[in-house]
Design a protein around this ligand. Structure first.
Ligand SMILES: Nc1nc2c(c(=O)[nH]1)N[C@H]1C(S)=C(S)[C@@H](COP(=O)(O)OP(=O)(O)OC[C@H]3O[C@@H](n4cnc5c(N)ncnc54)[C@H](O)[C@@H]3O)O[C@H]1N2
Ligand code: MOO
Length: 421
C-alpha cells in the first residue's frame, strides 16, 4: 500500500497494475487487410520497392525537354510534334528525342530524356502536334521514384495500430495480408439468482441482466471476440462448471456480481477455493470489491479472470478502469488510457475519504474557441444509478484526499466513447 491509504484498501493504481500483469498480447495471426482494420501490427513492414516506382507526371499535359520550350509564351508558342500518349499504367515509354513531346496523363511514367511537364492548360491540347504557350521548369510536376517511400524503408512497425490510412499504405507497398496481434476471446459471466435475460418478464425483486450486455459490449467495442455466456445463478456447482467450460476455451473471463460480503456471494466463495484468485477492496468508488487471478484450464491453460462487483455502475466503471486497459494490452495496444481532459466543474458533490472517485459528469465546451472544458455532475453518484452513467460523457477523477468537490474546482476527466467533448 502506498500514499494516503485507508487501512485494508488497495490503491487503484496497484490493482490496475496487477490486472495488467495478468495479460499478454494474444498470439499473432495473418489476416487480409480489411480484416486488419483496428488491429495492432505484429511485424515490421518493409517496402520491397520504391514508391513511386518510377518518375511520373503530377499533371495531365506534355512531357518535354525544358530547353525546347524555354522561349514559349502566349504570343509566341513553341510547336512540337507529339510522338504518342502515356497514360497512368502505360508500359514504360521510350526515350524522348529532343524537339518532340509526348502527351502524358497524371501518373504516367515520364520518358527518359524528358525533364519537365507542361500542363495541358498551357497548350492547345493538340494530339499530333502541340502548341506550348509557356516554358517548363526542370523537375516541376515530375514525381520522383522513391520520393514517397524508399526501397527497403520500414513503413510501419510492430505495435502500430492499423487505421484506414495505414491499410492504404500497406496496400501501396504491395501487401495483401499482414500479421496482427490476435483477438482475445472474452467470456462474460454475470452472476445472481435475481438476473433475468434481456427482454424477459420480471417477478418482484428480479432485474434484467444489464451487466452481461454492458460488459460484453464494452469488450466488443475494443475489438475483442466477446460473448455473454449468460446469467449464472448463485449456485456453486453451476458456477464451477460454467467457469471450467470457459477456462477451456476463453482467453479472458470476466464475472460480475457476487464479490462483496453477502451470504450468497458465490463468485468469491467458489474462486477462493481454487487459490488462483484474490479478492480485495480497492480504494475507489464505485467499484470497491474486486477479484483478480487465473483460472486453470486443461493442458496447463492459464486464463486471467477479473471479478467485477455486481452493482451496475460499479461493474461498468470497474471494467473501464481495470479490464479495459488489460484487454487493450491483450490486443497489443500501446495506448491503454482514455483521452483525458481537464475541466472546471460547475457543480459540487461529495466523495468518500480515502477513495478515488470516478464521478459521472457531462462535459461542456466553453470559451470563444470552445477549447476550454467545464463539467457538471450527472445526477447522483450511487452505484445503482445506471441511467446517469449512460448519460455521462466522462468520468471525473476525484483524488483520494478530496471529500468535497466545489464548483470551480479543476478535475481530470476520462472521456468516454460517444462523449460530446
Ligand atoms: N455488507 C456489505 N455490503 C456490501 C458491501 C460491503 O462492503 N459490505 N459492498 C457494497 C458494494 S461497494 C458493492 S459494489 C456491492 C457489490 O456486490 P456484489 O458484487 O456482491 O454484487 P451482487 O450482490 O451480486 O449485486 C449487487 C447489486 O447489483 C445488482 N446486479 C448484480 N448483477 C447484475 C447484473 N448482471 N445486471 C444488473 N444488475 C445486477 C444486484 O441485483 C444488486 O442490486 O455490494 C455492496 N454491498
Ligand atoms: O464500491 Mo461499490 O462498487 O459502489 O458501490
Amino acid at each position: 500500500m502506498s500514499g494516503h491509504g485507508v487501512a485494508g484498501l488497495v490503491p487503484v493504481d496497484d490493482h490496475r497494475r496487477d490486472c495488467l500483469a495478468l495479460v499478454a498480447p494474444v498470439t499473432p495471426v495473418e489476416v487480409g487487410l480489411l480484416d486488419a482494420l483496428g488491429r495492432v501490427l505484429a511485424e515490421d513492414v518493409v517496402a520491397p520497392a520504391p514508391l513511386p516506382g518510377a518518375d511520373n507526371s503530377g499533371m495531365d499535359g506534355y512531357a518535354v525537354h525544358c530547353a525546347d520550350v524555354a522561349s514559349a509564351s502566349e504570343g509566341s508558342p513553341v510547336v512540337l510534334p507529339v510522338l504518342g500518349d502515356v497514360a497512368a499504367g502505360s508500359a514504360a515509354p521510350d526515350a524522348l528525342p529532343a524537339g518532340s513531346a509526348v502527351r502524358i496523363m497524371t501518373g504516367g511514367v515520364v520518358p527518359p530524356g524528358a525533364d519537365g511537364i507542361v500542363p495541358v492548360e498551357q497548350t492547345d491540347a493538340g494530339v499530333e502536334r502541340v502548341e506550348v504557350r509557356a516554358p517548363a521548369e526542370p523537375g516541376r510536376f515530375v514525381r520522383r521514384a522513391g520520393s514517397d517511400v524508399g526501397a527497403g524503408e520500414t513503413v510501419l512497425r510492430a505495435g502500430d495500430l492499423l487505421d484506414p490510412r495505414r491499410l492504404a499504405l500497406l496496400t501501396a507497398v504491395g501487401r495483401a495480408r499482414v500479421r496482427v496481434v490476435g483477438v482475445p476471446r472474452v467470456a462474460v459471466l454475470s452472476t445472481g439468482d435475481e438476473l433475468v435475460a434481456p427482454g424477459g418478464a420480471l417477478r418482484p425483486g428480479q432485474v434484467h441482466d444489464s451487466n452481461g450486455i454492458g460488459v460484453t459490449a464494452a469488450a466488443r467495442e475494443l475489438g475483442c471476440d466477446a460473448a455473454h455466456v449468460g446469467g449464472v445463478p448463485d449456485d456453486p456447482a453451476g458456477l464451477r462448471s460454467a467457469l471450467a467450460e470457459q477456462a477451456a476455451r476463453a482467453d479472458v473471463v470476466v464475472t460480475t456480481g457476487g464479490v462483496s460480503a453477502g451470504a450468497f456471494d458465490v463468485v468469491k466463495a467458489v474462486l477462493r477455493e481454487t487459490g488462483g484468485v484474490r479478492f480485495r477492496r480497492v480504494a475507489m468508488q464505485p467499484g470497491m470489491p474486486q477479484g483478480l487471478g487465473v483460472l486453470e484450464g486443461p493442458d496447463g491453460r492459464r486464463v486471467p479472470v477479473f471479478c467485477l462487483p455486481g452493482n451496475p455502475v460499479s461493474a461498468m466503471v470497474s471494467f473501464e478502469v481495470f479490464v479495459r486497459p488489460a484487454l487493450l494490452a491483450a490486443l497489443g495496444h500501446r495506448v491503454l488510457e482514455r483521452r483525458r481532459v481537464e475541466a472546471v466543474t460547475r457543480s459540487g458533490w461529495s466523495s468518500p475519504a480515502g477513495k478515488r472517485q470516478f464521478a459521472r459528469v457531462r462535459l461542456v465546451a466553453t470559451g470563444p474557441s470552445g477549447a476550454d472544458v467545464e463539467c457538471e455532475a450527472v445526477g447522483g453518484q450511487g452505484s445503482h444509478l445506471a441511467a446517469d452513467l449512460a448519460h455521462a460523457d466522462a468520468l471525473a477523477v476525484v483524488p483520494e484526499d478530496v471529500t468535497a468537490v466545489e464548483p470551480g474546482d479543476r478535475l481530470e476527466c476520462l472521456v468516454l466513447a460517444g462523449g460530446t467533448a
